[in-house]
Design a protein around this ligand. Sequence first.
Ligand SMILES: Nc1ncnc2c1ncn2[C@@H]1O[C@H](COP(=O)(O)OP(=O)(O)OP(=O)(O)O)[C@@H](O)[C@H]1O
Ligand SMILES: [Mg+2]
Length: 242
Amino acid sequence: MIMVRRFKKSFDEKIVHRNVSFDVEAGECLGLVGGSGTGKSVILRSLIGLEKPDSGVISIDGERINRYNERQLIPIRKKVAYVFQGGALFDSMNVFDNLAYPLREHSEMTRSEIADRIREQLAEFGLEGSEKLMPAELSGGMQKRVGLARAIITRPKVVLYDEPTAGLDPYNTKKIQEMILRLKSKGVTSIFVTHDMPSAFAVCDRLALLLNGEIRASGTIDDMKSDPNGILQRFINGSFTN
Ligand SMILES: Nc1ncnc2c1ncn2[C@@H]1O[C@H](COP(=O)(O)OP(=O)(O)OP(=O)(O)O)[C@@H](O)[C@H]1O
Ligand SMILES: [Mg+2]
């Protein structure tokens, strides 16, 4: 479903990605881990065309999107949802309008169909009755859940999660893990960027470690857990600064 080959990207003189290659199979959840500033968010943004690689290939569901213009990217962005690191809710809109926005923009649904979908989606996330609240009135954990609810309300085939559990208490973390697992059981393909290793172990099928501009280790969770001197273990133990 997702193929990245020889992805290179620099900002000014700073080389962030030297040579990044990985695949995500349909229905799989790939955990992408790596230190702060290694370029995980830039990879996710590139997968929906918000950043362009300097070179390399990005393919989504068989389409090479590297050189796609904004118009060509519209169907890709319907297929691939991005759950932003900060939630990225529209501050001036209440929860209902935040969730309605992508449906009004990207679907032919009627007003009552939209209202039904939003009610159903909020209930699934334990957010019943929060339609009228403004983002500023929500706790951080609720904001993240509303952000995730908005990202998946159009029923995308692929979901890119950018640190969805960062800063959350155990209850909200568990809720997010459950949502990701539920989407996976429906066949959604995903990439889960995180520093939260217990959540990565709970939801991902495979892990890939981004280090010094390359994927330095990848494998199933069991492979990586059972290799105690392995590179992933050293990353988790804090042996790498970047
Ligand atoms: N638009 C931009 N202009 C200039 N530099 C950028 C831009 N976007 C990202 N960078 C740089 O690219 C590097 C990677 O950024 P990115 O946000 O992808 O890191 P990250 O791995 O997601 O980090 P974190 O775990 O802290 O979220 C950083 O050094 C950042 O400063
Ligand atoms: Mg990031």
